[in-house]
Every structure is written in C-alpha cells, then in structure tokens.
Design a protein around this ligand. Structure first.
Ligand SMILES: [Zn+2]
Length: 348
C-alpha cells in the first residue's frame, strides 16, 4: 500500500487523497476541505484574536520569572524559526529545550548548538533511555492508542513522542514557574482554536488517563517517569502555563523560513525524509501510518500550506513522496518490527 501513495486519486487543488477520512470531491476534482469557506473564515478569526491576546499575555508576564518562556526546540526549521521569533520579535528571555528521542539527525544536533549560540539562549537536552523510546515507538506502531481524529493530523509515533515533549516541558515550566510554553506547530498540524491555550489541570489528568494506562500495561511502570506529573508538583503551582504556537500567527512561506534561519548557521540535514528537518524515525512513522490508514499523516498539514499559498502543490507532493527506504529499514531493524506485525496490529 505504501508504494500506492503515488497513484491514489488526490484533490486537484490540495494533496488530500481519496483515502482521507470523510473526503468528497466535486465535479472539478476539488475536495470538500478546499471548498469549506466557513472553515477558512473561522480560522482567520482565530488567528486575529490569538495575535491580540498573545501580545497582551507576553506584555503582562515578561520579565517576571527566571525565564519568560520555554521553547520546545526540535532543531527542525519550524521550531528554529519559532525560537528566533521568541527572542527577536517578542523579546522574551528563553530556556530552549530539546527532547532527544534517540533518532535526531547529527546535523540537527549541530544546528541546535549553532542556533542557541547565535541567539544567546540557555538550552537543555533531555534523553530518555533508548530502550524506553524504542518500546514507546513499538507500542505506538502496533497498537491503536489514539483517537482516529487525532491521527488525521499526526502519526501515532509522532504523537507519543510529542506527549513526552509536552509533559517534560510542562514539568520544567511548573518547577521553574515559567509562564509560557512555546512550540513550533503550524495550522494544519493543530486546529486554529489551539494557537494558544491554558490547560486545566483536572481535565489534563482525566483526558490522559486511558492512554497512560495503555502504555503502562504494554511497557511497564517506568512510563510514569516520562509521561506523568506528580500530584505534588501540579498542586504546588498557582496557575498552569499558557501553550502558544507562534508560527500559526505568521504568514510565511517555507522558503522564507529557510532564508531567515540561514544566518543562524542552520543547514538542512541530508538524512531525513521530505517531511522532516530533524528526525530520522519520521519516514518510518509515515510508513506505519500509510500502511494502516492508506494516506500520509502529512497530507492535512501540507494541504493547509497549499491553501494559504505558502507552498506549491508540486513542492508538497515532492515532500510527501520523499520517504527514503533506507531510513524506514533502519527504524524497522532498531525497533525489530516488520510489515506483517504492523498489519496484524499485535505486540510481540
Ligand atoms: Zn483539496
């Protein structure tokens, strides 16, 4: 099925495929997502109000804590640009944070070093044990853990990795009383009503419980260390930090982003797929998702960029099809997984 992503019918405007959930095409071959005017105007309203609110929040809290914000910094192009915006546009005192998932490209690590040096920010890297990360990816590849709606935007493996990033950054923010957590998501990766938000702690705990229980039963009690926050820490803080995605409020093309981060010393790694600029397990994650669902987890995000004229349809397709076989095989052998196991949906 993986090879068929080149032959499947796609929207003639964006790149959503016939396998995408709830898709319909009109007589011109344009999809219902491209034709949904309401969706576009709602999104524009969300961006306008977020821009005003975020500025107010920053002005209110700037300079009052050890750090103004923690930036979840993967070393990829989007989070690099987010870090630059945080420092230069919003004048925030930043602690940047990288989760080393065991699959970060060595070039991405060099980029991180160059960029945090050029921007003059403090930086920490956290690396959970490689065995744990591999177990997490194995379970996320084999089991159906997440809501199918979540998986229209992101692969199961990426989502698991991101929950560790979210939890770790929240722990650091609570411990150091940092009022903001910034990440480099774009619209298309996240819905427009989550450009900025503040988690409610009861809701946060409740919503995560079924997923945590599943991971604990498959991997073991060490899941708590990486994916849970102690009750004491949660209760010790008067308020939860705000999560903000600065990139959602910028109208900027991918090429413009690349131009802006070049002076910081950032270069594109050669050992990643067309959809990632830092992570060497991403092509495997896409492969698993495509095997299970028949479409790429990047279709929605890339299509969104096309609709906003930030990427051409040709560029998007090129990224989608650039999924190097050697990288997929590398992850398969590290995780000891093959196609049959993934399709059987069983844990070995
Ligand atoms: Zn479309």
């Amino acid at each position: 099925m993986h090879n068929n992503i080149k032959n499947v019918k796609r929207c003639t405007k964006c790149i959503l495929s016939a396998n995408f959930p709830r898709i319909k095409f009109d007589e011109k071959g344009v999809c219902n997502f491209c034709n949904n005017e309401l969706l576009h105007s709602t999104e524009q309203e969300d961006i306008t109000s977020a821009t005003l609110e975020v500025q107010k929040l920053f002005d209110d809290k700037r300079g009052k804590s050890e750090y103004d914000a923690i930036v979840c910094y993967s070393g990829g192009k989007d989070s690099t640009y987010t870090l630059k915006l945080a420092v230069e546009k919003y004048k925030l005192n930043i602690l940047s944070f990288t989760l080393d998932n065991g699959f970060i490209s060595p070039v991405a690590f060099k980029n991180i070093e160059k960029v945090v040096t050029a921007l003059g920010v403090d930086h920490i890297t956290y690396r959970p044990s490689y065995e744990f990360m591999k177990g997490l990816y194995r379970v996320s590849s084999l089991e159906n853990i997440y809501n199918p709606k979540t998986l229209t935007r992101i692969s199961s493996n990426c989502n698991s990795c991101i929950s560790i990033i979210n939890i770790t950054s929240l722990k650091i923010a609570l411990e150091k009383r940092i009022p903001f957590i910034l990440a480099g998501f774009t619209l298309g990766q996240i819905p427009s009503n989550t450009i900025y938000y503040q988690n409610n702690y009861e809701f946060f705990k409740e919503s995560r419980k079924p997923i945590l229980d599943k991971f604990k039963s498959e991997i073991g009690p060490e899941v708590s260390r990486y994916m849970e926050i102690s009750e004491d820490l949660l209760k010790s803080s008067e308020s939860f930090p705000h999560n903000i995605n600065l990139l959602c409020m910028e109208d900027i093309t991918e090429n413009e982003i690349l131009e802006k981060i070049k002076p910081l010393g950032w270069i594109k790694p050669g050992d990643v797929d067309g959809c990632s600029t830092n992570c060497r397990i991403n092509s495997f994650n896409n492969y698993v998702h495509t095997l299970k669902f028949g479409y790429s987890p990047y279709e929605l995000e890339l299509s969104h960029l096309i609709r906003k004229n930030l990427l051409s349809r040709e560029e998007a397709l090129e990224k989608l099809f650039d999924q190097p076989e050697d990288q997929i095989n590398y992850a398969k052998s590290e995780l000891k997984l093959d196609e049959n196991q993934i399709l059987k949906n069983k844990v070995v």
